[in-house]
Design a protein around this ligand. Structure first.
Ligand SMILES: *[C@@H]1O[C@H](CO)[C@@H](O)[C@H](O)[C@H]1NC(C)=O
Length: 529
C-alpha cells in the first residue's frame, strides 16, 4: 500500500470536515499559516510594552523577587490554563471559542445560562482589556513628555491623562472602522519591533547601565522589598498580576481558527507556544531589569513610569526617548488589535441576540465593511471605565485586574463543563491531547484561576487614607448581576429566547440558519484581525 502524503488539498478538506461536524460551513479563506496564527496570540501579549505597563504591580509588592520569581511561578500556572484551552481548541477549532465550547459541552439544562455568562464575562474582559492597554499607553505617552521636558519637570494631571487616554481610544475606534486592512499588514512589522525591544532590554540595558545602578546577583535574585504595606506573602501573590495581565487574551488565536490552515494543530500550538515563549522571554526581561534598576525602589515608583525610570538611568534622555517611542508604538498597536478582537467578540455575541440593543449592534456597515456599531460600543464603554481614574489610583488600577478576572471566568467555565458533563457530552479529543494528564492539568488550571480571581477581589492598596473600595468587584459584580437580571427577566429575558451560538449549517438547533449576507459581513471583520 502506498502511503498518502498529506497535501494542501487534504489538509483543507480535513479542516472543512471538522468545521462541518461542529455545525459551521467553511466561509473564510484558510489564509493563516501556523506561524501567523502564533503571531496573533503573541502580538496581543505585546511582551515588553505590557511589562512596562504593569511594573507598578511587581515593584512595590516584593521588588526584584516579585519580578523574577513571581513571574516564573505565575507563568508556569498560566501555561496550565493554556494547555487546557489548547485541548478544547484542538477538539473544536471554531472562532466562537469559549462561548461555543461552553454551549456544546455543558448539559442541555445549563448550557444556555452558562454560554450567556461566558459571553458576558468575555465581553467585560475584552472591554476592560482595551481600557487597561490604552490607559497604559496614555501613561507611557505622558512619561515621554516627562522625559522630554527640561529636568523632567512636566508631570501629567489625572485630567490630562484621561484626555490622552480618550484620544487614544477614539483613534483606535476610527482605525478599526476604516483601516483594518492596514492593521493586518502591520502585524508582522509589529512583531518584529516587539522582538527588537526585548533584545534592547535584555542585551543593551545591562551594557549601558552605569555602575551605581547595577545590582548584584544576590540582590536581583534574592532581595525581597515590600513597600506596599501588605503582609509579605500576600504582596508576593499580588505581584502575579504583572505576568497575569501580560500573558492574557491568548484566546485571540482561537478567534481566527476558521481562517487557519490545519487549525486543530495550529491553534493549540499557537496558544501553548505564545505562552511558553512569552513566559521565558518575559522572565529574561525581568531578570535584566532586576539587575539594572538600582536599589531605590521608592524613586522608581514615584517617577511617572517605572520602566521609563529604569531605562533613563541607563540610556539617558535621548536614548530613553528613542526606545520609549518604540514602546509607545507597540502598546498603541496592541490596543488597536484588542479593539478589533473585542468588537468582533461582541459582534458575534450580538449575532445571537444576547447583548442589549443587539439589533443595533449586529450590523455590518455597508460602506466600510466593518462592524462600526460594535467598535464604538466597546470603545465608549472602555472610555467610561477610564473615568475611574478620577476616583484614585487604586480605582484605575482595578481596571487591570478586572480584565484578568473577567477573562478567567470565561476561560474556566468551558474547561470545567468539559469534565463535569464528561460521559454525556460530545467532547472528542483533537490531535493536541494530554491523555491521562488532561484532568490533572485542568484541575490545576481551574484552581489557579479561582484562587487568583478571589485574590483580586481584595483592595490593591491597604491603609485607611486610600479609598480602598475594590472596583474590580463593583464593576464585575454589577455587570454580571445586570446580565443575570436580563437573563431571567420575565417575558423579555434571555431565558425565553436565547439559544446559544447559531450554527450556519441546517439541521442543527431548530434548523436555524444565519442570513448568509450578514454572515459575510462578519467575516470581513474577522478576516482583518
Ligand atoms: C534588600 O535591599 C535593600 C536595599 O539595598 C536592603 O535595605 C534590604 O535589607 C534588602 N533586603 C533583603 C531581604 O535582603
Amino acid at each position: 500500500m502506498e502511503k498518502q502524503e498529506p497535501t494542501k488539498g487534504t489538509i483543507q478538506q480535513a479542516d472543512e470536515d471538522l468545521l462541518a461536524s461542529l455545525g459551521y460551513k467553511q466561509e473564510f479563506k484558510r489564509a493563516f499559516s501556523g506561524v501567523e496564527t502564533f503571531g496573533i496570540a503573541f502580538s496581543i501579549i505585546g511582551l515588553l510594552p505590557s511589562i512596562a505597563s504593569v511594573l507598578f504591580y511587581s515593584v512595590p509588592n516584593g521588588g526584584p523577587s516579585a519580578m523574577v520569581w513571581g513571574w516564573a511561578v505565575a507563568s508556569i500556572f498560566i501555561l496550565f490554563v493554556g494547555m487546557s484551552m489548547a485541548e478544547l481548541a484542538s477538539a473544536a477549532p471554531t472562532s466562537g471559542g469559549l462561548y461555543f465550547w461552553t454551549f456544546s459541552l455543558a448539559s442541555p439544562k445549563w448550557r444556555n445560562l452558562l454560554a450567556w455568562i461566558v459571553g458576558y464575562a468575555n465581553t467585560i474582559g475584552s472591554i476592560s482589556a482595551i481600557a487597561s492597554i490604552d490607559w497604559g499607553c496614555a501613561v507611557q505617552i505622558m512619561a515621554a513628555a516627562n522625559i522630554g521636558s527640561k529636568d523632567q519637570s512636566f508631570v501629567a494631571t489625572d485630567a490630562q491623562l484621561f484626555g490622552v487616554f480618550a484620544c487614544v481610544i477614539i483613534s483606535h475606534a476610527i482605525i478599526c472602522c476604516f483601516g483594518t486592512a492596514v492593521l493586518a499588514r502591520l502585524q508582522s512589522v509589529y512583531v518584529g519591533l516587539n522582538v527588537l525591544l526585548c533584545l534592547a532590554v535584555i542585551i543593551a540595558l545591562p551594557a549601558a547601565t552605569p555602575k551605581e545602578f547595577r545590582n548584584t546577583a544576590s540582590y536581583a535574585f534574592g532581595n525581597f522589598t515590600n513597600t506596599s504595606g501588605w503582609p509579605n506573602g500576600y504582596a508576593f501573590i499580588l505581584s502575579f498580576l504583572a505576568p497575569l495581565w501580560t500573558i492574557c487574551s491568548f484566546d485571540s488565536s482561537v478567534h481566527i481558527a476558521e481562517e487557519a490552515s490545519n487549525a486543530a494543530v495550529a491553534v493549540p500550538w499557537a496558544i501553548v507556544g505564545a505562552i511558553g515563549i512569552a513566559g521565558i522571554l518575559g522572565w529574561a526581561i525581568n531578570v535584566a531589569l532586576a539587575f539594572c534598576m538600582g536599589t531605590d525602589l521608592d524613586a522608581i515608583m514615584s517617577s511617572s513610569q517605572p520602566m521609563a525610570a529604569i531605562l533613563f538611568n541607563a540610556f539617558g534622555q535621548k536614548g530613553t526617548l528613542a526606545v520609549w517611542a518604540i514602546i509607545v508604538v507597540c502598546q498603541y498597536m496592541m490596543g488597536s488589535s484588542m479593539v478589533l478582537a473585542a468588537s468582533r467578540q461582541s459582534f458575534a455575541f450580538s449575532r445571537d441576540g444576547a447583548l442589549p440593543f443587539s439589533n443595533w449592534l449586529y450590523r455590518m456597515n455597508k460602506y466600510t465593511g466593518t462592524p462600526v456599531n460594535t467598535v464604538w460600543f466597546t470603545c465608549i464603554l472602555a472610555i467610561a471605565l477610564g473615568l475611574l481614574a478620577f476616583a484614585g489610583t487604586s480605582a484605575i488600577n482595578a481596571v487591570f485586574s478586572l480584565s484578568v478576572t473577567a477573562l478567567y471566568i470565561a476561560y474556566s467555565i468551558p474547561i470545567i463543563v468539559r469534565f463535569t458533563n464528561s460521559p454525556t457530552n460530545s467532547f472528542k479529543p483533537g490531535p493536541f491531547n494530554l491523555g491521562r494528564f488532561s484532568l490533572p492539568v485542568a484541575i490545576i488550571a481551574v484552581l489557579w484561576m479561582l484562587f487568583m480571581g478571589i485574590v483580586f477581589l481584595f483592595p490593591a492598596t491597604p491603609g485607611p487614607e486610600v479609598p480602598d473600595m475594590n472596583y474590580t468587584i463593583v464593576v464585575m459584580g454589577g455587570v454580571m448581576f445586570l446580565s443575570l437580571v436580563y437573563y431571567w427577566f420575565p417575558k423579555y429575558g434571555g431565558i425565553h429566547w436565547f439559544k446559544g451560538p447559531i450554527p450556519t449549517i441546517d439541521d442543527q438547533v431548530d434548523g436555524t440558519t444565519v442570513d448568509s449576507l450578514e454572515k459575510k459581513g462578519a467575516d470581513v471583520a474577522v478576516n482583518n484581525v
